[in-house]
Design a protein around this ligand. Sequence first.
Ligand SMILES: Cc1ncc(COP(=O)(O)O)c(C=O)c1O
Length: 372
Amino acid sequence: MYTYAHPGLKDPEYYVPGLPIDYVAQRYRISPDDIAKLGSAENPYGTSPMAKAAVGDALDKMYTYASWTAEPLREKLADTYGYEPDNFVCGAGETEIIAMILRAFAAMGERILMPGPCFPMYHLFAEAEGRIPDMAHEATDRTTMALDVDVYIDAIKPEHRIVFLTNPHSPSGTWMTEAEVRRVIEAAPHALVVLDEAYVHYSGGPGYIHLAHDYDNLAVLRTFSKVYGLAGLRLGFGVAHPDIIKALLAVKPTWNIGQLQIIGGVAALDDTAFVQKTIDTIIDSRTYVEGLFAETLDRFRFVPGSMSNFFLIEIMDPDIDSNQVFDGLLERGVIVKDGSISFRGLEKRFMRSDVNFREKMDQLVAALADLP
Ligand SMILES: Cc1ncc(COP(=O)(O)O)c(C=O)c1O
């Protein structure tokens, strides 16, 4: 069949999201209430109540175009984080900002460095328009699954236009110190370093958003999808030197953000009670599930060190692989991520599960224990 897409898109690869509850309920004939959805890292409490109320009150605004730069949100972000509005760019999720960064900072044929494995959007979007992702698989320590910063720094080459870092790291959830992050930024003065802090709240600390004051080759990215419970609203932002933001605004689809997103985001930033409740629950459940694994399971290892709302499970039993575990868990009403399908370079020895309420963690561990 003839297609008009460019040659790089002859056999495109797509992101594989965590499965939705409805699909699993129908396919396996399980009541939706009995399903543990642990493959999308969503907020167990749902949506920020303040964002929900503000969006509800703003429905009448849908007929007007919003400020194309999402100015009220940029102003609120500037107040919240101690920057100026022109230090921010807003996107339909962090995902859109990742796409804009690739377009603005690497031309077709140019190279981009990222950890291997990593959040797949980095390499999928890079490849879709003919940029070359270099995945530093050698920088992943195979026991801790953390990024070895020294090995990663060795992988930085003069031809890299963008260098990605994720903290907490994905898919391991492990944490880099501020000194480590600074070393990477300083080792790549010729590149734009992107620090993806999608899950930073679950570290229990403020993260490194302040570093964009110190470096003009750094963009820090955050999302409203996780701790604010707004994955379905689609909202994220980047903070960087105004010259970086200027370039990003040029490739941004003009009205990428609507009125409801702006209003929801502004309200969510004030919902500190909801944010704190979510963080406390995740941190409590993370310790709880690590203990459960140690007490209950010997065929599966909780890979320690996660500071996020997910963790890696290593399959220690050589007679089963991640495809079988994934299917077996689905039959038992538990949705996780199959590492080998969701993350390039992660073999069939790993699953990734969300941290959720304690009872969902009980359900996960019981289902793993029940596998043949
Ligand atoms: C590491 C990481 N970065 C960015 C995102 C993008 O999130 P969103 O586009 O919903 O803001 C995700 C989502 O799963 C992620 O895991």
